[in-house]
Write a protein that binds this ligand. Structure first.
Ligand code: ASC
Length: 574
């Protein structure tokens, strides 16, 4: 056989091997860098990828392997990217969480994220180091069904919308403010962005709303001009939405059109029609839109702030029936976002989300139950968020390495508390506001069924309890139920175990509880935290670990820092 034929033979053989494990390897090169951009018509420093903000959309098919070579082109700080909603089965080192699954990638260095996307759905990716998500490090990740397979709903076309919020103070200034005594809170965002585009100093809807802002005048090509959704009449469109906001809870509406929710966090749900959709940071949905309205008009698509007293203008774009020009304005004002504190509206929406028939049901019983009380506290006078009175501070050595290699001095070996005092008054500020910092780990036995009862409470000031969206890495969980007040014995009778939706993010409502169940069946170390980035920065998270002894080879470059880095040097791997 000639050398060439042998070479071609090898390639075909390799190709077959790759096909036999399900999908193809998709290679990406991501250069993470700071850029000067005008996402809301004003100039800002943003973090982007390959010169793009938001970063490039990754589109793959179920079973594909993504191989993303991430080069840190920031000048002086480390970086990582988390693939939000991807469970990383067998590749916990690719979860992209600094200090948890890997070392932050140093400036100038390249790290290979290689993992399988094993489930269709709408996902996204974002920075998971410091406040790099607030700096703009994010993009979309969409996983399609393999060719020839159909979704359980029909659509003629699709759009993808990634929502985010923008501050005019830098992420560094925000980060320092949050770590200062007294706390310098970040406040509300200046602008809401849809696919990285928003308008701060002008309004698309100035003719219709009470504003002093002038009408936006776009000549074409502006980075802050909205991406218009061009549609044909009498068709069905799938709109994928995901929220990577740093803080804002959002509400999406499209004038005159109903939205049918069909997917949540990569899981099919029993379809239901609504006028508007609440979407919290860390969540994703697919909604179906039927273009059955007057085709001689255009319509607003709006996102507005909910859950916190807003001071940010709605994010807007236009649904354009191609029958008319996109520059013809809608004839009425944009949809009114439901009142920020109409929590009954939020709860009604959330409770409509139930699993689609055929979704795996939760195990009937749990092996272990963990109560996690969320409180705002003080540590040495610094304002923090704490879980069972412990505020999370991450260690310099990634847990995945320190647990696997039993480096016991890498973090606090005492497990954090599984509960909180029974007499804790969740309706008032903490009697003793002093908390401690900690970096202990909740260790679960492999395949244990874990129930988590997230308990909300009053923050440091009176009459204040906020919504927090909690996101779990490495798993989906079943949402068993939501309740008011303090969780009490007998409340489990209200659990929905037959139609519990599978999600990776779930909210706790003010002064309420949320019950989740998951199977600790994915060897690795996983963050579980409030997806509000400043809250995580202030300690609002915990670390779960299971079956770490079963984790296969961890790429060396994931562990070249802290005590695992030292061990590698001592063992001659340098
Ligand atoms: O963590 C937070 O701090 C502020 C406030 O509680 C203190 O200024 C706020 O609204 C938060 O969500």
């Amino acid at each position: 056989m000639s050398l060439k034929a042998l070479f071609v033979g090898c390639i075909i053989w390799l190709g077959l091997v790759e096909l036999s494990i399900g999908g193809i390897v998709r290679h990406y090169k991501f250069d993470v860098e700071y850029m000067i951009r005008k996402p809301d018509c004003l100039e800002h420093v943003l973090m982007g990828i390959n010169g793009q903000f938001p970063g490039p959309t990754i589109r793959a098919e179920v079973g594909d392997i993504l191989d993303i070579a991430l080069t840190n082109k920031l000048f002086t700080e480390g970086t990582v990217i988390h693939w939000h909603g991807i469970r990383q089965v067998g590749t916990p080192w690719a979860d992209g969480t600094a200090s948890i699954s890997q070392c932050a990638i140093n400036p100038g260095e390249t790290f290979h994220y290689k993992f399988t996307v094993d489930r269709p759905g709408t996902y996204f990716y974002h920075g998971h180091h410091g406040m790099q998500r607030a700096a703009g490090l994010y993009g979309s990740l969409i996983v399609d069904l393999p060719k020839g397979q159909n979704e359980p709903f029909h659509y003629d076309g699709e759009f993808n919308l990634l929502f985010s919020d923008l501050w005019h103070t830098s992420s560094h200034e925000q980060e320092v403010g949050l770590s200062t005594k007294p706390l310098k809170w970040i406040g509300e965002p200046q602008t809401l962005l849809i696919n990285g585009r928003g308008q701060f100093n002008c309004s698309l809807a100035s003719k219709f709303i009470n504003t002093t802002l002038p009408e936006c005048q776009f000549k074409g090509g502006e980075e802050c001009a909205p991406q218009i959704l061009h549609v044909e009449p009498n068709k069905t469109y799938r709109i994928r939405i995901a929220s990577t906001t740093s803080l804002a809870a959002l509400n999406l509406a499209i004038s005159n059109h109903k939205l049918v929710v069909v997917e949540a966090d990569g899981n099919y749900v029993t379809p239901f029609a609504v006028d508007d959709v609440d979407i919290y940071s860390g969540e994703s949905y697919s909604v179906l839109l039927r273009t059955d309205q007057d085709p001689n008009k255009n319509y607003w698509l709006s996102i507005g702030v909910r859950g916190r007293k807003p001071s940010t203008s709605q994010g807007l774009t236009i649904l354009n029936y191609k029958t008319i020009s996109a520059s013809i304005f809608p004839t009425s004002p944009p949809p009114i976002t439901p009142l920020w504190n109409d929590f009954e509206h939020s709860k009604a929406f959330t409770k409509k989300i139930i699993a689609k028939m055929g979704t795996p049901q939760p195990p009937k019983l749990y092996d272990r139950r963990v109560f996690l009380l969320n409180t705002q506290n003080r540590v040495d006078g610094f304002t923090k968020w704490s879980i069972n009175n412990v505020s999370l501070t991450l260690p310099p050595t990634p847990y995945l390495g320190s647990i696997k290699f039993k480096i016991n001095n890498a973090f606090d070996q005492t497990p954090p508390p599984m509960n909180f005092p029974q007499d804790y008054d969740i309706f008032n500020p903490p009697v003793n506001p002093n908390a401690t910092i900690g970096n202990g780990v909740y260790m679960f036995n492999l395949n244990e069924v874990v129930d988590v009862i997230l308990q909300n409470s009053n923050q440091l000031s009176v009459n204040g309890s906020e919504i927090h969206p909690w996101h779990l890495h490495g798993h989906d969980f079943w949402v068993l139920g939501y309740g008011e007040g303090k969780f009490k014995l007998g409340d489990e009778k209200k659990f929905n175990v037959t139609h519990a939706p599978l999600r990776n993010t779930a909210v706790i409502f003010p002064y309420g509880w949320t019950a989740l169940r998951f199977k600790a069946d994915n060897p690795g170390v996983w963050a579980f935290h409030c997806h509000i980035e400043p809250h995580l920065h202030m300690g609002m998270g915990v670390i779960f670990a299971e079956g770490v002894h079963k984790v296969g080879k961890i790429p060396r470059e994931a562990l070249t820092c802290g005590l695992t880095g030292k061990k590698l040097v001592e063992n001659g791997h340098y």
